[in-house]
Design a protein around this ligand. Structure first.
Ligand SMILES: N=C(O)[C@@H]1CCCN1
Length: 299
């Protein structure tokens, strides 16, 4: 593969900084792909396998959303600061900073797909195509799906989760260990998880502000400000070609992912049968082939 340019820098956003990395040439004839990470409050690191797409001659943009990673941290900011509109404004600001507002693709994973759908329902002119990967269309359905998966865990694991959630003792080693049982089945089945995936979890451990404020202590115990979020009734507004992705063992249930496929006009749904929440890691080769093919048809 010929050498590909890599540029890392910051985009000024309000009085803050958004860190980003561009792999490839944003002026290529192939429309660039912007990867939008999940959480909220994760970092781009666990999505780094998506840089494989750059080998096709398409520029790939990663960024750390404000609040974690290499971007500005704001541990003192309260719940009213961390809003969907903040992250929508940050994404628009980055697109403008990179000069790609008029032609770009989005790949949003988990929360990133939630944010991407909020972006897409606003019918931005430059959105060439969108991939909504492993995302809920409503947090109510997300939690319902996770609870069904919890019922299939060993009884002692279920008991530990329920006991510590009732007591609010989320830092207890038994709650952490029980959560890990769920995560290894429904978040990333590749064990040990690759270092680039672990780096995101380490960032959340260092600064859980956004994740705890908007989501909660774990993927399945959603008590944060996003707990009533839904985009279901607005999905018919999406005009951009859409690919929906999930894993057969995904914590994102078919019921909540399926709303994207059912309600977005012309959307196609791809399920990765050996994956859970991270098919871009768990089935990396076939995932990149599906994504590259979808995007190539839109250039
Ligand atoms: N990993 C994620 O982004 C999920 C989405 C909803 C709660 N966290």
């Amino acid at each position: 593969m010929p050498a590909v340019d890599v540029v890392e820098d910051f985009a000024s956003f309000r009085e803050y900084k958004t860190w980003y990395r561009v792999i490839g040439d944003l002026k290529s004839v192939k429309v660039p792909l912007v990867a939008v990470h999940g959480g909220p409050g994760c970092t781009h690191d666990y999505l780094e396998s998506i840089s494989d797409i750059a080998a096709t001659g398409r520029a790939v943009v990663f960024y750390d959303q404000i609040g974690n990673g290499r971007s500005t941290h704001l541990p003192e900011a309260g719940p009213d600061f961390w809003t969907v509109d903040l992250f929508l404004e940050e994404l628009d600001n980055l697109l403008d900073h990179l000069g790609i507002r008029q032609r770009y693709n989005l790949l949003g994973q988990s929360w990133g797909g939630m944010l991407g759908s909020e972006h897409a329902v606003r019918q931005p002119q430059g959105l060439n195509g969108i991939i909504i990967a492993n995302s809920p269309s409503s947090m109510k359905a997300w939690v319902e799906g996770c609870l069904e998966l919890r019922k299939k865990l060993p009884q002692e694991t279920q008991d530990a989760l329920s006991r510590h959630e009732a007591d609010g003792t989320y830092d207890h080693p038994d709650y952490q260990a029980a959560s890990q049982v769920f995560y290894e089945r429904h978040v990333c089945r590749l064990q040990p998880m690759p270092d680039f995936v672990k780096r995101t979890f380490d960032w959340i451990d260092r600064d859980p502000t956004v994740y705890h404020t908007m989501n909660g202590p774990t993927e399945f115990h959603v008590v944060g400000t996003l707990k009533d979020w839904t985009v279901v009734e607005r999905l018919h507004r999406v005009q951009a070609p859409t690919l929906v992705i999930s894993g057969a063992y995904d914590e994102a249930s078919p019921a909540t992912v399926g709303e994207f496929a059912d309600r977005i006009p012309g959307a196609r749904w791809e399920v990765f049968e050996a994956s859970s929440h991270m098919p871009h890691v768990e089935e990396r080769g076939s995932y990149m082939a599906v994504v590259a093919d979808f995007l190539a048809r839109l250039d």
